[in-house]
Design a protein around this ligand. Structure first.
Ligand code: GLN
Length: 488
């Protein structure tokens, strides 16, 4: 019952089979039973959840249902919410309460959703494994000795374990798609500019984008349709950012005649064989469903990770300057003077990975190094965007693995940041180019979920939703669920 989709719950609530309160109660019971093992939620206030669910039932009775009426949605700890803490899983924001809701939180509330706790994540969304969280690692429900992916690991884990039917994540270099892949769920990063970033704690502002993490493709379309739209308070929000009938695009479930590009640079040495097999089989399924597979090249792919790890830390070093002990969260005890307060507060408040990014970014932006690193990385970014433009002159969408490996063991890569950074090799270029991309389950390797990634030209989420839902309907990955001890 916990593994139903939003779409199913929406229909059952509409038919009066159960109330929003009953639905919330059942997810709360399961989330509370599993959380001591999985650590997916860093904050979950049952009374607050039930209060919202009751208000939703009352709204339905008095005025009818809104698009997400009564549906529980778990929220990554990076979104500012007026209720409960917003800590970005960092010690420096310990006990911080945001004075306002992020724009997307306002949209969820207006759509009737029930905000279902705050989920675990890498500190300030910097990581690929959820291990940099100040609240300790989250675990993969398919194998609790493994990571769920990151940075939106708690959101992916919660949905995969049936602790919530859907969640919000953010994606700066793969943080929705990679954990979705490693936990066996669906997640989409919309086109940059579709979703307002207001009230989302900033990591790398030219790359950050919020999006849905759900069980099915249709659920992704449903939730994304609510999140997207113009916000005059975010300068990067585009005027006609509204979704255009994405549910309709999903329901066609048709990929006949679709030209799918297979970028040769995404099938690399060192990729796990089980992942390669699963993605190859998915290409074959798409061909059987009527798509045409075209070999394409994205020649600058190998430079994407390097460019990202200059640009993202540079932006982060500027964004994180605001955590100085004056305005937000943690402040060190008994500072001797102002400088002592800044340095000790930041030293105590930030974890090792966040410090590494701030130092790298500050270095890359400093005079004398700016041209050699930051400017060069921006030029590489342009080349990567042009690679995609050239590929999309020949094909409608691209299909790739989401991650070169399935979920790895907790602790396996923590001493080697470079290896950790390389696990983003297939997701990062999409952010640099501002494109929409979706990860969906496409099989298993070594008993662990494998995900594949659809990429479309900017503003063409409809294409990937149509293709992904056609693939989903032809396979049964959605029906597979992890077995967990202590299940309710
Ligand atoms: N893993 C990448 C990083 O550590 C991406 C993170 C993200 O998308 N927020 O920067």
């Amino acid at each position: 019952m916990s593994f139903e989709t939003l779409t199913t719950w929406r229909a059952r609530l509409a038919q009066g089979e159960l109330s929003a309160r009953e639905l919330a109660e059942s997810y709360l019971a399961r989330a509370q039973a599993l959380n001591p093992t999985l650590n997916a939620f860093v904050h979950l206030d049952g009374d607050e959840v039930l209060k919202q669910a009751e208000a939703s039932d009352a709204h339905r009775a008095a005025h009818g249902a809104r698009p997400l009426e009564g549906l529980p949605i778990a929220i990554k700890d990076i979104f500012c919410t007026q209720d409960g803490p917003t800590q970005c899983c960092s010690r420096i924001l310990k006990g911080y309460h945001a004075p306002y809701d992020a724009h997307v939180i306002t949209l969820l509330k207006e759509a009737g959703a029930v905000l279902f706790g705050k989920t675990n994540m890498d500190e300030f969304a910097m990581g690929s494994s959820n291990e940099t969280s100040a609240f300790g690692p989250c675990r993969n429900p398919w194998d609790v000795s493994r990571i769920p992916g990151g940075s939106s690991g708690g959101s992916a884990c919660a949905v995969a374990a049936g602790m919530a039917p859907a969640a919000l994540g953010t994606d700066t270099g793969g943080s929705i798609r990679q954990p979705a892949a490693l936990c066996g769920i669906t997640g989409m990063k919309p086109t940059y500019g579709r979703v307002s970033r207001r009230g989302i704690i900033a990591f790398a502002s030219s790359l950050d984008q919020a999006g849905p993490m759900t069980r099915s493709v249709e659920d992704t379309a449903l939730l994304a349709s609510v999140l997207c739209g113009h916000d005059p308070a975010d300068a990067t929000s585009v005027a006609d950012a509204r979704a255009v009938d994405w549910l309709g695009a999903c329901r066609a479930r048709d990929m006949r005649g679709l030209r799918i590009g297979r970028p040769r640079e995404y099938f690399i040495d060192g990729m796990d064989e089980g992942v390669a097999r699963a993605v190859d089989a998915a290409f074959e399924t798409c061909r059987v469903l009527g798509a045409e597979i075209v070999d394409v090249s994205l020649p600058h792919t190998s430079a994407a990770v390097a460019a990202y790890y200059v640009i993202a830390p540079s932006e982060a070093s500027a964004n994180l300057a605001r955590y100085d002990g004056v305005r937000f969260g943690h402040r060190c005890d008994a500072p001797a003077d102002l400088l002592d307060m800044y340095t000790r507060t930041r030293d105590e408040g930030f974890g090792a990975e966040v410090k590494r990014r701030i130092l790298t970014g500050t270095f890359a932006l400093s005079s004398g190094y700016y041209d050699a690193y930051y400017l060069k990385a921006q030029k590489v970014r342009t080349l990567i965007r042009q690679d995609f433009e050239q590929a999309f002159a020949r094909v409608d969408v691209l299909l790739t693995p989401t991650s070169p490996v399935p979920a790895f063991r907790i602790g396996e890569k923590t001493d080697d940041p470079l290896t950790m950074y390389l696990s983003d090799v297939f997701t990062i270029a999409v952010n640099l180019a501002g494109l929409p991309a979706l990860s969906q389950p496409c099989g298993f390797a070594h008993g662990l979920p494998v995900g594949m990634q659809w990429i479309a030209p900017a503003w063409h989420e409809d294409r990937i939703l149509a293709a992904a839902s056609a693939y989903e309907a032809a396979t049964d990955w959605l029906a597979r669920t992890p077995e967990l001890e202590g299940e309710q």
